[in-house]
Design a protein around this ligand. Structure first.
Ligand SMILES: *[C@@H]1O[C@H](CO)[C@@H](O)[C@H](O)[C@H]1NC(C)=O
Ligand SMILES: *[C@@H]1O[C@H](CO)[C@@H](O)[C@H](O)[C@H]1NC(C)=O
Ligand SMILES: *[C@@H]1O[C@H](CO)[C@@H](O)[C@H](O)[C@H]1NC(C)=O
Length: 415
C-alpha cells in the first residue's frame, strides 16, 4: 500500500517535465532566427512574433509584446509570476504581483513590468502566454518553422515609442528564467545558451541552443567550435545582464595606465550603439590612441559625439578594417577581446572615420556603473556564445579575419 502511494507521487512529480517537452516540436534542435539592424535607432531585431520583429536586449529580463484584448492572464501564485518580478525596472511603482480579477474576485491576475530601455518608460500589464516562432536548424540552414509558447508580458501600444518602426515589443536575453533563450531551452530541450552574431548590414543570426554555426562560403568549419577565447560571466545582483572582467586594457599592444588597479567590470549591451567608458578609463584610452596615431591625418574638429576623427582615405586598410592601433581588453582567464579597425572606427562621412568610443555620462550611482559597456558596433561581426549553463562567454573575434561576416548564414530552407 505504502509502495503504491510512493510511486504515485513519483509519477506526479515527473509529469510536468514530461508534458513540457510536448511544446515546441523542434525535435530537440536549436532554433535560428535572422537579426536585422535598424538604421534609424541602431537596434537589432528578430522577426519571431508572427513575422513581426521584437528588439533584442541583452540586458532585458522579460519578453514583452502588445497583446490582443482576448489574451489569457497567468495567476499570481504561478512560479512564472514570481520570476517576472525578480528584477524591477527603475522608477516603476511597486504594486504587488497582480490584482483581483473583475469577474472572479478570488482569482489574482498576475501583472509584470515591461520596460522600454530606449525610452526609459515602463508599464504595468498582464503576464500572459504568446505564440512565437523560429526555424529549427542544423547550423547550416533553417529546416522548418517551430512555433512555441512563451511566457510574456503584455504592454500598451505607447510602450513601443522610440523602438524601430514595425516592432511589436522587446525580447529580453538577460540571465533570467523568463528571458527568450531560457524559455526556448525549456520548450525545445536544448542547452540554455545562445549564439549571437550581430550584423553591420544584411541579416545576422541568433541560434538558441548555441550551435553549431556554419557560415558561407560552404565547407568552412563550425564557428562555435573554433572560438578565439572565452571568459567567465559574472552576476550583478541589481542587473540581469552579462558582466565579464577585464584585468588590463592595451592600445597598440602597450598597457594603458589606469588610475585604479582594480579589475574592470565590463557589460555587454545591445541597447547602445557604441561602447562607453567610465571617464577615467575613457581619458586614458583616448590619450593612448591619440599618441599611437600621432602621425595620422586628423579631421578637426572631430565629428560629434566622437573625440578622434581621421581622414579615412589615408588610414589604409587591412582585412580587419582600417589599419589603426588595436585595442585589447585582457580578460579574466587570460584571453584578449581585441578590437580591430572594423570594430573601432565608425565611418561618419565619405572621407572621415572616427574612433567609436564614448565617455560614460551620468552620476556616480550606487551600485557603481561598469567601467566599460560594450555597445552594438563593437560586437558586430564577432560571434558570441552566451552559455548560461557554464556561466561563460565565448567569442570568435572579428570574423573578417576568417573571410566571413555575420551576414553569411544561408537562410534558404534546406530542401
Ligand atoms: C524560416 O525560414 C524561412 C527561410 O529563411 C523564412 O522565410 C521564414 O520566415 C522562417 N520562419 C520563421 C518562423 O522564422
Ligand atoms: C593580450 O594583449 C596583451 C596586450 O596587447 C598582450 O601583451 C598579450 O600577449 C595578449 N595575450 C594573448 C593571449 O594574445
Ligand atoms: C544554401 O542552401 C541551399 C539549401 O541547402 C543550397 O541549395 C544552396 O546551394 C546554398 N547556398 C550556398 C551559397 O551554399
Amino acid at each position: 500500500m505504502s509502495l503504491a502511494v510512493v510511486s504515485l507521487c513519483v509519477v506526479l512529480a515527473l509529469s510536468p517535465c514530461a508534458l513540457a517537452s510536448g511544446d515546441g516540436n523542434g525535435n530537440g534542435k536549436p532554433l535560428v532566427t535572422a537579426i536585422t539592424k535598424d538604421a534609424a535607432t541602431s537596434l537589432y531585431t528578430v522577426p519571431i512574433k508572427d513575422g513581426h520583429p521584437l528588439v533584442i536586449d541583452l540586458s532585458g529580463a522579460l519578453v514583452w509584446t502588445t497583446c490582443d484584448a482576448s489574451h489569457p492572464t497567468m495567476e499570481c501564485h504561478h512560479h512564472f509570476c514570481m520570476h517576472a518580478h525578480s528584477y524591477h525596472p527603475p522608477d516603476c511603482p511597486h504594486n504587488g504581483y497582480g490584482h483581483a480579477d473583475e469577474e472572479d474576485p478570488f482569482r489574482c491576475k498576475c501583472t509584470a513590468h515591461p520596460f522600454n530601455p530606449f525610452s526609459g518608460e515602463s508599464a504595468t500589464a498582464d503576464l500572459t502566454r504568446t505564440r512565437l516562432s523560429a526555424n529549427a536548424t542544423d547550423g547550416k540552414n533553417p529546416l522548418y518553422p517551430v512555433p512555441f509558447t512563451a511566457v510574456t508580458s503584455c504592454a500598451p501600444e505607447s510602450l513601443l515609442a522610440k523602438l524601430p518602426a514595425g516592432t511589436v515589443g522587446v525580447a529580453g536575453l538577460a540571465r533570467t528564467r523568463l528571458a527568450l533563450q531560457a524559455q526556448i531551452a525549456r520548450a525545445q530541450k536544448v542547452a540554455n545558451k545562445f549564439a549571437l552574431c550581430l550584423p553591420s548590414d544584411g541579416e545576422g543570426i541568433a541560434i538558441f541552443g548555441g550551435g553549431p554555426l556554419f557560415l558561407l562560403p560552404p565547407g568552412r568549419p563550425d564557428v562555435t567550435a573554433a572560438l578565439a577565447g572565452e571568459t567567465p560571466l559574472h552576476k550583478n545582483k541589481d542587473l540581469p545582464g552579462y558582466f565579464i572582467t577585464a584585468t588590463k586594457i592595451a592600445v597598440n599592444q602597450e598597457q594603458v595606465q589606469l588610475y585604479s588597479q582594480e579589475p574592470l567590470v565590463v557589460e555587454l549591451c545591445s541597447r547602445i550603439p557604441y561602447t562607453v567608458l567610465r571617464p577615467d578609463v575613457y581619458r586614458a584610452v583616448i590619450d593612448a590612441f591619440d599618441k599611437a596615431t600621432a602621425g595620422r591625418k586628423r579631421v578637426t574638429p572631430a565629428a560629434a559625439p566622437f573625440a578622434l576623427c581621421y581622414d579615412s582615405r589615408e588610414l589604409g586598410s587591412t582585412r580587419l578594417g582600417y589599419a589603426v592601433p588595436q585595442i585589447d581588453l585582457v580578460l579574466e582567464g587570460g584571453k584578449n577581446w581585441t578590437v580591430f579597425g572594423g570594430n573601432s572606427m565608425a565611418q561618419v562621412s565619405d572621407g572621415t572615420a572616427c574612433l567609436a568610443l564614448l565617455e560614460m555620462k551620468g552620476e556616480k550611482g550606487s551600485p557603481p556603473p561598469p567601467a566599460v559597456v560594450i555597445g552594438g558596433f563593437q560586437m558586430e561581426n564577432n560571434l558570441m556564445v552566451f552559455d548560461e549553463e557554464k556561466a561563460r562567454l565565448g567569442f570568435s573575434g572579428l570574423l573578417w579575419g576568417r573571410q566571413t561576416t555575420c551576414s553569411n548564414f544561408n537562410f534558404t530552407l534546406a530542401a
